[in-house]
Design a protein. Structure first.
Length: 338
């Protein structure tokens, strides 16, 4: 199915009018009632496709399974909701692997700077050996990750003060990064001043000048109206990021096998559909954001990668991830990263 940006937003907005979260079946009618949290607005393709998956899960389970979605950090910031997932307060959570790395260190392997040259390389890795390795690491920490990861996108740097055209422009630059050691390490290697801030607080941090810039896929700039507090977008493609659909061990283990099959099949299928939606949006987002006054520039990724190499960034993270993980990463990307 190919969806336009307009149809995605309209479909999601209809759900927003009905309730503050997506409810697909009246309470008390289901045998299992689970909560699903994420940090994205209802208009984001993730929530549009998740809503479709939930409807199919309800239908195929004969109403035995009800899943209510709490979007846009309604239940708290990412690190807070991760704690709720582990304690059983939330049964499903869509989370960036780089933020998940605060609990599962090697989950952030896909986030090594400038590792992936394009989407073909990303999906070959994440649907292949690299993704399987990370899911095994997640499982070892008591969480369950579904097979197909959702797309967040290649990340770009935005700024209220200047375009980022070369690594030198990042020196002393106050940039918001997610709460993840890998992000902090990478921008520190560039000589920046990274500030770890949960996403729910990003707009305010940019608006008040706590930071001058941030980095995220273009869809986030649009969906969260960051163009209101940012001027420049530098197309660095410095990191690919996604969203693992996670469940707690107890919550997932409590489901009978037939419901597990229904839930897993539909969430995995929705991830594949969501990836296509993100590709469709990416084709139009630059023009849309330029219409809001944002100024775009391209960069030479080789110069940024060389800066990280010279700063010892790759060597440092090779040591932290270990030889096995690093070998899988280099095999998946076709790069020798050091």
């Amino acid at each position: 199915m190919t969806l336009s940006r307009r149809s995605l937003i309209i479909g999601a907005s209809a759900g927003a009018l009905a309730a503050p979260f997506i409810r697909v079946r009246p309470a008390m009618a289901a045998e299992y009632t689970y909560k699903l949290a994420n940090n994205q607005p209802l208009s984001h393709p993730s929530n549009v496709r998740v809503a479709e998956a939930i409807a199919k899960i309800r239908e195929e389970s004969g109403g035995r399974m009800e899943i209510n979605v709490f979007p846009q950090s309604q239940l708290g910031g990412d690190t807070e909701v991760l704690g709720q997932l582990r304690s059983g307060g939330v049964e499903f959570f869509m989370l960036s692997p780089l933020i998940l790395s605060t609990f599962v260190p090697n989950a952030s392997l896909n986030g090594i700077g400038f590792a992936f040259k394009d989407y073909d390389a990303v999906w070959a890795a994440m649907d292949g050996e690299l993704g399987a390795y990370v899911r095994k690491e997640i499982e070892a920490k008591g969480l369950y990750a579904f097979d197909r990861i959702y797309d967040n996108g290649f990340r770009q740097i935005s700024s209220s003060t200047k375009p980022i055209a070369s690594p030198a422009d990042l020196e002393g630059f106050k940039i918001r990064v997610p709460v993840s050691p890998l992000w902090t390490s990478m921008f520190s290697a560039f000589g920046s001043a990274p500030a770890s801030i949960n996403f729910a607080e990003v707009y305010t941090a940019l608006q008040t000048g706590i930071v001058d810039g941030q980095e995220n896929p273009l869809a986030i700039l649009s969906n969260f109206k960051l163009f209101e507090v940012q001027k420049y977008v530098s197309m660095t493609n410095h990191m690919w990021d996604g969203f693992w659909m996670l469940s707690g061990r107890r919550a997932w283990g409590a489901l009978p096998d037939d419901l597990k099959e229904i839930v897993a099949r539909n969430f995995n299928a929705s991830a594949l559909d969501q990836r296509k939606d993100i590709m469709t949006l990416n084709a139009s987002l630059q023009g849309e954001l330029e219409g809001h006054g944002m100024v775009f520039n391209s960069v030479d990724p080789a110069a940024f990668q060389q800066k990280l190499l010279d700063a010892g960034f790759y060597k440092e993270w090779h040591g932290k991830f270990g030889d096995e993980a690093w070998s899988i990463l280099e095999k998946a990307t076709g790069l020798t990263l050091g």
